[in-house]
Ligand binder design. Structure first.
Ligand code: 16C
Length: 258
């Protein structure tokens, strides 16, 4: 980093993680960087037409209609602003397996296959069947990370969780009753603080969280396009509303976790 005066200040060191020795690490590092950069792009900047398909208060959901070999793989981008919670709290509840059954309504079963490190887990999940398609499962790594706040160095950190499909030798795809889906998901959360003017201590009324949720799900095998689009139009808004209400409820009487 170089200031206008020519003064050189130390460059922020790259984030280090205890997961850095793992075989998946190069992919995790590359995918997290890519996904965070994509999530940071505004709806207008992304070029090819995002269409608004759901709106509720501050929550807006956009999709692009895309198909691969006749299968719907529509990318989704959602933005939301929720008062009273922080980005760290939102990401903590999204990442941590102990809360997942409380908010993830499409989930049938979740298994942690491997704890790569405190910030990186490998999951196997089966999801509820959508008639008339086969039931789906998914194996993915999940990584939580604190990012430096480049815009406001004194402001709260930015937090992200990235989930990305991977393989696992003990759980090969498409052998049982489930068809394997492939997903890439990025949750990016920025905390905004509006301190009280009269100098009273900061409370939850003074914080809000800007949430960006990006997702691409490849159904991995045949599923009728009309059913799939109808399901995600219903399920994505339901997920984001339920999940954020859950975080609000879980944190309401606890100290603020920045
Ligand atoms: O990101 C979310 N959750 C994370 C933690 O679980 C993680 C997992 C995402 C799985 C998303 C795909 C699950 C689809 C399975 C089938 C849906 C069943 C619906 C049952 C209705 C009775 O990243 C939050 C995920 C919010 C999920 C919204 C649903 C999206 C549907 C997309 C279409 C899937 C294709 C299914 C083909 C039949």
């Amino acid at each position: 980093d170089r200031l206008k005066s020519g003064q050189v200040i130390p460059v922020t060191p790259p984030p280090t993680s205890p997961a850095s020795q793992h075989r998946l690490w190069p992919e995790i590092e590359k995918t997290v960087k890519q996904q965070v950069a994509m999530a940071r792009m505004g709806i207008g900047e992304c070029g090819s037409g995002w269409q608004l398909f759901a709106e509720d208060g501050e929550m807006k959901m956009y999709r692009r209609e895309e198909e691969i070999d006749g299968m719907v793989v529509d990318p989704l981008k959602a933005v939301h602003v929720v008062k009273g919670i922080t980005g760290h709290e939102v990401c903590h509840h999204f990442f941590s397996p102990q809360y997942r059954y409380d908010w993830e309504t499409t989930l049938e079963q979740m298994t942690v296959l491997e704890t790569i490190s405190d910030d990186t887990l490998l999951f196997l999940q089966t999801h509820k069947r959508i008639w008339p398609a086969s039931q789906r499962d998914v194996v993915f790594w999940s990584h939580i990370r604190k990012l430096p706040n480049d815009q406001d160095r004194d402001g709260p950190d930015i937090w992200t969780v990235v989930n990305n499909s991977t393989g696992h030798p003990d759980h090969p795809a498409n052998v049982g009753k489930c068809v394997r889906i492939f997903l890439t998901v990025c949750l990016l959360c920025q905390t905004r603080v509006n301190p009280p003017k009269d100098g009273t201590p900061l409370s939850r009324e003074n914080v809000s969280c800007k949430i960006t949720y990006c997702s691409v799900v490849n159904p991995g095998g045949w599923a009728p396009a009309s059913v799939l689009r109808a399901v995600y139009k219903r399920e994505y808004p339901k997920f984001l509303k339920r999940f954020t209400a859950y975080v609000t409820n879980q944190t309401k009487n606890k100290p603020i976790m920045f």
